[in-house]
Design a protein around this ligand. Structure first.
Ligand SMILES: Nc1ncnc2c1ncn2[C@@H]1O[C@H](COP(=O)(O)OP(=O)(O)O)[C@@H](O)[C@H]1O
Ligand SMILES: [Mg+2]
Length: 247
């Protein structure tokens, strides 16, 4: 069974159709990359999966459960975590504190003053595990504002992982990065456990082709093509509208 299944998903803003009868699936452990020109509707699609944007029509299923139109916190609770195109970290808190806040709902129960020590420890352990997955344990006690930009983007992934998702959504995880930071981010994503399925938006073709098991091309809100990287690279329509040109 697919981890994620999207059926005939449609969303309009007035007369502008930003998601047009999109069908897409993400399989167990798959790295599925969405590409397409600026304004193609990539972020709008991910926002509908994460619950930040309500679809006009169609369905979104996580395993067997329909999650179409549920609020973001409920979708996160069901097992989908995400990062955003721009980060939203607590800059004055430590790295570990940022991740602990994300691990709290899953591992700690309600936030109050009577949490037993064992649950407090379980939250810290889950947070440290997420930091280890992104290679940030050595800066756990640093204040977020002192991290480099690349480290802050790694931290966002740790925060998403701390909710222990089945599916991770990444919106342009390498945007604005220097080449060395991009290389570190690719290695990080490539090293994430295969128990996790990943759906990511990416514009850097080197990143796309080094990570993707499967690629979906969006164009004016529609799926232009879905296939293995070699199929997409050889697809004449994709080359015409996207790969052959600069965006
Ligand atoms: N809240 C909104 N209201 C109106 N139009 C929007 C809104 N959000 C996005 N759009 C439009 O939807 C289209 C797709 O945007 P987006 O999903 O951000 O594309 P991408 O991520 O592929 O660059 C664009 O034309 C954009 O202007
Ligand atoms: Mg976008």
């Amino acid at each position: 069974m697919s981890v994620l299944r999207i059926t005939d998903l449609t969303r309009s803003f007035g007369s502008l159709v930003v998601t047009s009868r999109v069908n897409l699936s993400v399989e167990q452990g798959e790295r599925h990359v969405i590409i397409g020109p600026n304004g193609a509707g990539k972020t709008s699609l991910v926002n509908q999966i994460g619950g930040q944007l309500k679809p006009s029509a169609g369905g979104i299923f996580l395993g067997e459960e329909e999650i179409t139109g549920l609020p973001p916190a409920e979708i996160c609770r069901r097992g989908i975590a995400r990062t955003f195109q721009r980060n939203n970290l607590f800059r004055e808190l430590s790295v570990l504190e940022n991740v602990r806040l994300a691990a709290q709902p899953r591992r700690g129960g309600a936030l109050n003053f009577t949490v037993p020590a064992s649950r407090f420890a379980a939250v810290t352990e889950a947070a440290l595990h997420a930091l280890a997955l992104v290679g940030l344990c050595s800066v756990a006690d640093q204040t977020v504002r002192n991290l480099s930009y690349g480290e802050q983007r790694q931290l966002e992934i740790a925060i998403a992982l701390a909710s222990e998702p089945r599916l991770l959504l990444l919106d342009e995880p390498t945007s604005g990065m220097a080449p060395a930071e991009t290389a570190r981010m690719i290695a990080l994503i490539a090293g994430l456990p295969r128990s996790l399925a990943i759906l990511m938006i990416e514009h850097d073709m080197q990143v796309v082709f080094s990570l993707a098991d499967r690629i979906t091309v969006l164009y004016y809100g529609e799926v232009l093509a879905t296939g293995m990287p070699e199929e997409i690279a050889a697809n004449a329509r994709v080359r015409d509208v996207y790969l052959g040109t600069r965006h």
